[in-house]
Write a protein that binds this ligand. Structure first.
Ligand code: NAD
Length: 283
C-alpha cells in the first residue's frame, strides 16, 4: 500500500479539543455559554443513537445540551412552533432538527424555519444559497469536515483538479461549492455521468459521496491523488465506503479509511458551527 492514511478520528479529536478551549475562552470573556438544541421527533432508533452522540459531544466541550423531544404523533404545526420558540430564545445558539421526521411531516419545510444564524447543520435553503454565492454563513458539517481533512493533510486545494462523485444537497453539492470557493477546478460526477473512471482519473482530489459500496477502484484514481471517501455503507462484510480501499490505496497518495475517516468529522464540525453561531449572534 502506497498511500498515506488520513486519520479522521485523530483530526476530529483535535478539532473537538480546540472547540473545547475556544468555548472556555469565549465564556471566560464574559459571554453566555453556547447551547445546542437538538430536536428529535419520534422514536426512530438510529436517530436516537445519532442524537445521543451529538448531545454527549456537546457536554464534553462545554456547550449546553438543550435537547427537545416530541412524540411521533406530533403535528407539523407543533414541531414548527417548537422551532419558532427555539429560534426566538437567546439561550439557544444552534438548532438541529434530526431527519428523517415521521411520515406525516415535511422535513424540508420544518428545516427551512431554522434561522440562518442558528442553522448549525447548514442545510436550510438560505444557508445553501449563502454558500452558493460564496457569502459568509454556517456550512454543512460533513462537507466542512471534508475540507478540514484536506487542510489538515496539507493538500493544496487552490488550482487542483477536484472531482466530486455525488450531487446530493447533503454532501455532493456543498462539497463542490466549498472546493470552488477555495479555487479548485471542480467537476461534479453523478449517476448519469458517462465514463466515470475517465472523469475521476483526472482528479488531484477525488471525493466519493455516492452510497454504493466500493464503487471506485484503482482505475478511478490518478497516481498520487488524494481520495476522500464520504460513503458509509453497511454490508455483510461490515461498514465500507464508496471506495475500494485496498485497490485505491495502492495508487493514491493519500486516502481516508471507512470507518475512521470523514465520519468522525461531522460531529466535530457541528460543535465548531455551534460556537460560531453563538459568536455570529453576539455581533
Ligand atoms: P444520496 O443518495 O443523496 O446521493 C448519492 C449521489 O450519488 C447522487 O447524487 C447520485 O447521482 C450519485 N450516484 C448514485 N449512483 C451512482 C453511480 N453509480 N455513479 C455515480 N454517481 C452515482 O447520498 P448522500 O446523502 O449524498 O450520501 C452519500 C454517502 O455518504 C452515503 O453512503 C452516506 O451514508 C454517506 N454520508 C456520510 C456522512 C458522514 O460521514 N458523516 C454524512 C452524510 C452521508
Amino acid at each position: 500500500m502506497a498511500a498515506e492514511i488520513i486519520d479522521g478520528k485523530a483530526v476530529a479529536a483535535e478539532v473537538r479539543a480546540q472547540v473545547a478551549r475556544d468555548v472556555q475562552a469565549w465564556v471566560q470573556a464574559g459571554n453566555p455559554q453556547p447551547g445546542l438544541a437538538t430536536v428529535l421527533v419520534g422514536e426512530d432508533p438510529a436517530s436516537a443513537v445519532y442524537i445521543a452522540g451529538k448531545r454527549r459531544a456537546c457536554t464534553e466541550v462545554g456547550i449546553a445540551d438543550l435537547h427537545r423531544h416530541l412524540p411521533a404523533h406530533s403535528t407539523q404545526q407543533q414541531v414548527a412552533e417548537l422551532i419558532s420558540e427555539l429560534a426566538a430564545d437567546p439561550g439557544v445558539s444552534g438548532i438541529l432538527l434530526q431527519l428523517p421526521v415521521p411520515g406525516q411531516m415535511q422535513g424540508n419545510e420544518l428545516t427551512a424555519l431554522i434561522p440562518p444564524l442558528k442553522d448549525v447543520d447548514g442545510l436550510t435553503p438560505m444557508s445553501a444559497g449563502l454558500l452558493a454565492q460564496g457569502a459568509p454563513g454556517l456550512r454543512p458539517c460533513t462537507p466542512a469536515g471534508v475540507i478540514a481533512l484536506l487542510d489538515h493533510a496539507g493538500v493544496q486545494i487552490e488550482g487542483a483538479e477536484a472531482v466530486v462523485v455525488g450531487r446530493s444537497d447533503l454532501v455532493g453539492k456543498p462539497v463542490a461549492a466549498l472546493l470552488l470557493a477555495r479555487n479548485a477546478t471542480v467537476t461534479v460526477a453523478h449517476s448519469r455521468t458517462r465514463d466515470l473512471a475517465a472523469v475521476c482519473a483526472r482528479a488531484d482530489i477525488l471525493i466519493a459521496a455516492v452510497g454504493v459500496p466500493r464503487l471506485l477502484g484503482a482505475q478511478h484514481v490518478k497516481p498520487g491523488a488524494t481520495v476522500i471517501d464520504v460513503g458509509i455503507n453497511r454490508t455483510d462484510a461490515g461498514l465500507v465506503g464508496d471506495v475500494d480501499f485496498e485497490a485505491a490505496a495502492a495508487v493514491a497518495g493519500r486516502i481516508t479509511p471507512v470507518p475512521g475517516g470523514v465520519g468522525p468529522m461531522t460531529i466535530a464540525m457541528l460543535l465548531r458551527n455551534t460556537l460560531s453561531a453563538a459568536q455570529l449572534q453576539a455581533r
